[in-house]
Design a protein around this ligand. Structure first.
Ligand code: T1G
Length: 700
């Protein structure tokens, strides 16, 4: 199958590209496109049209080629050939013209798009910038501010919006090919000029210094520590101040800086890891899916309400079940309030909100769940209560219904054992707020059927979640790894640190929020309650929780009570230090016989991050997670881990597993093997001088 074909139809040369699945700009496609343009310069055609087969126009450079030696023709060279053509070229856009794909379209002289099409420059999400002229051509057509927004957000825009920005010349609803050919025909008839974007100059008055400085400041906060956004700003400034070819040279220089950065390697890793995570090892591709056309949610609390919204947003009717009408009305009220907030923020229209709300019905009768395809239990995090719910579901739900639990810790196998149909039981662990957080941990029980797993993975995509498959263990993947991470934060605190120091080390690393602040956000009383009734041994050494316990017993539960490790402004909820906390920490240290000491930033960082990584390695070796990249996806989409680090396992590879293993062995000597028992897999890979990525390839 040829990647590029050329046909001459009357006076129009038609260039068709066909490189499934997304017409990425592979070497073959670049070479074929350049050859077709060059050949058409001297034939009978008077105008050219570039069309793509399949579901989309070119979706960008071939990301799999990055990191390999560059191969000619480069994309900038191909685009220069397009732009220098002696006859007009029309790009016919459908699907998503992204990155290098949209840059190809900008190298053409005109662009025609389907109304359903989108265009965008998402390179920043890969730690890159548009490196084939996008930073120079977009501001020349759309203006500096629109170009900055398009490239620094990386979000696609509709063809209508692109048309309003002069990025698209014509938007059509019907036959794109016919419309593009007709457009080209009119160019010939009208003897239209070759509209080369490079010939447009930008009025410097449209790009005041304050505009660029404002973007720099905003992005320094929003994309903390990221190189690409800042480089995009510099490129757009060059588009304003330099001639085209000098601007292109500046772009190429700054693109190269991004491409070779660890940040971009991390973000490209995440692009593929997210897609890999959706694939279940050993599951036949043709595994049949069960229908999910109706859903029952048990429990109308914050989680149940948020979960219900995901399905209503996807147009799937939901029955929300509560134990009595008062609880039910409260649950429905939560959903209405959340939709009203979204509508107020302009995230959906009033009509869309009403449509979603109409899909959510309430009930207090299990019988109303008899015909639903999927039930998700989101009741109190207590195993006995969950078992009772599943026994009732087993008695009521139709054969083949999928019975899911939203538990974040409980044993899915024990819940399944409360039914006669363990093969239909699965864990769907949503993250709060469930209608916002994209991560969905899908927990397969020992007896969960293949088609239930396959259906859950597909359902996740339907409700726009990022699925990661886990087997059963305490806390599955994400929450299990949190244990050592939070434990070390508490130990650092009592051994000599402060909440501010601990959080600043992790926030400077890139975490959205440090562990102490997260404890306050989630509620310090959650851990406290979980420890009640446990033996001293089960609770773990007192020094790991004595400070938290003391705060809870003082009524300082965290943000929810206005004070925890920090105090919180009742209006802004901004956190403030409280000297009382350090008095308490010092008193607890004394009571535990701990001599407080100065602890380096490096030790702070390594104890918290290596604790996380070591647990991740154990999760891998136990087969709880399928791949190290899956663990990275969990932490980036569920726990605010910086995407520019690629996730804990990718970060571990960048640090070097031998260094991590040796440091953990040193911590075992210093702090005891209760806390620091190195993973066998980590030991093995360190000794073999391998990475988690190599392990993933060997175990694909
Ligand atoms: N290169 C290589 N493979 C790609 C790819 C790409 N650009 N885009 C998608 N794939 C693969 C993907 O890995 C998956 O493979 C399959 O296609 C379907 O993708 C010079 C430097 C287009 C919106 O960032 O946003 O151009 O898992 O599952 O949900 O300035 O893919 O089936 O084996 O995502 O329908 C800029 C990235 C590149 C766009 C379709 N472009 N792609 O979404 O399918 S850098 C991008 C997407 C660049 C220039 C710069 C989405 C999509 P597999 P999918 P989808």
């Amino acid at each position: 199958m040829s990647v590029v074909t050329y046909t001459l139809e009357n006076e129009i040369g038609i260039i068709r590209l066909n490189n499934p699945p997304v017409n990425a700009l592979s070497l073959a496609l670049r070479s074929g496109l350049e050859e077709a343009i060059n050949n058409a310069q001297d034939d009978a055609s008077k105008a050219l049209v570039i069309l793509c087969e399949g579901r989309t126009f070119i979706a960008g450079a071939d990301i799999t080629e990055f990191g390999k030696p560059p191969m000619e023709p480069s994309l900038p060279a191909v685009i220069a050939t397009l732009e220098q053509s002696n006859k007009p070229i029309v790009a016919a856009i459908h699907g998503t013209a992204l990155g290098g794909g949209f840059e190809v379209a900008l190298g053409c002289h005109y662009r025609v798009a389907l109304s359903s099409a989108k265009v965008g420059l998402p390179e920043v999400k890969l730690g890159l910038l548009p490196g084939a002229g996008g930073t120079q051509r977009t501001p020349r057509l759309a203006g500096v501010e629109a170009a900055l927004e398009l490239m620094t957000s990386g979000n696609p825009i509709s063809s209508q919006k692109a048309h309003a920005l002069n990025l698209i010349d014509e938007v059509v609803d019907t036959d794109l090919e016919a419309a593009a050919i007709a457009f080209a025909q009119r160019l010939i008839t009208d003897q239209a000029p070759l509209k080369r974007i490079r010939d447009i100059n930008i009025d410097p008055a449209s790009a005041p210094k304050e505009l660029f400085d404002g973007y720099r400041k905003t992005l320094a906060r929003r994309a903390r520590g990221q190189i690409a956004p800042q480089n995009i700003i510099a490129c757009v400034e060059a588009a304003v101040n330099l001639p085209m070819d000098e601007g292109l040279a500046k772009e190429r220089q700054l693109f190269a800086e991004c491409l070779t950065s660890p940040q971009s390697a991390a973000m490209r890793h995440m692009f593929f890891a997210e897609r890999e995570a959706a694939k279940v090892k050993g599951l036949p591709k043709e595994t049949p899916l069960r229908p999910v056309n109706s859903v029952g949610i048990i429990g109308g609390g914050t989680m149940g309400g948020g979960i219900a919204m995901n399905f209503a947003n996807a147009g799937i009717p939901v029955t929300l079940l509560e134990i009595n009408d008062e609880a039910l009305q409260r649950g429905l009220g939560i959903i209405e309030k959340n939709y009203a907030i979204s509508a107020k923020k302009g995230k959906l229209s009033d009509a869309q909100m009403q449509q979603c709300l109409s899909l959510v019905q309430g009930s207090t009768d299990y019988q109303d769940l008899a015909e639903v395809d999927l039930v998700i239990e989101a009741v109190f995090e207590n195993l006995d209560i969950k078992k009772d719910v599943f026994t009732k579901l087993d008695a009521v739900c139709k054969p083949g219904a999928i019975l899911a639990t939203n538990t974040s810790y409980q044993d899915v196998d024990q819940i399944a054992a409360a039914t006669q149909r363990p093969q239909d039981v699965i864990g769907l662990h949503f993250f709060s707020p469930a209608n916002v957080m994209k991560l969905l941990e899908i927990v397969r029980g020992e007896k969960t059927a293949d088609d239930v797993i396959a259906t859950a993975m597909q359902m996740a995509k339907t409700i726009k979640k990022v699925p990661v498959l886990a087997r059963v263990c305490y806390g599955f993947i994400g929450n299990r790894m949190l244990q050592p991470y939070f434990r070390e934060s508490q130990l650092l605190l009592i051994e000599g640190s402060t909440p501010e120091k601990i959080d600043s080390v992790m926030e400077n690393f890139g975490m959205a929020m440090g562990p102490i602040a997260v404890s306050d956000l989630a509620g310090i009383d959650i851990g406290y309650k979980a420890r009640q009734g446990l033996s001293a041994e089960q609770k773990g050494p007192a020094k790991t929780h004595c400070v938290s316990d003391a705060l809870v017993e003082m009524g300082r539960l965290g943000q929810k009570s206005g004070a925890g490790f920090y105090t919180y402004d009742p209006e802004t909820r901004a956190r403030q230090s409280d000297p009382l906390v350090m008095e308490l920490v010092e008193a607890q240290a004394k009571a535990q016989g701990i001599e407080r000491r100065e602890i380096s930033d490096e030790e702070h960082l390594n104890r918290m991050t290596f604790g996380l990584i070591n647990e991740g390695a154990k999760i891998l070796e136990e087969g709880i997670a399928q791949r190290p990249g899956d663990i990275d996806v969990v932490y980036i989409y569920g726990y605010g881990y910086p995407v520019s680090r690629g996730g804990p396992m990718h970060y571990a590879d960048s640090v070097g597993l031998k260094k991590i293993y040796d440091t953990i062995c040193q911590y075992r000597e210093q702090y005891g093997e209760v806390f620091w028992q190195p993973s066998a897999l980590l030991k093995q890979l360190a000794e073999e001088n391998k990475t988690f990525a190599q392990w993933a390839q060997e175990n694909a």
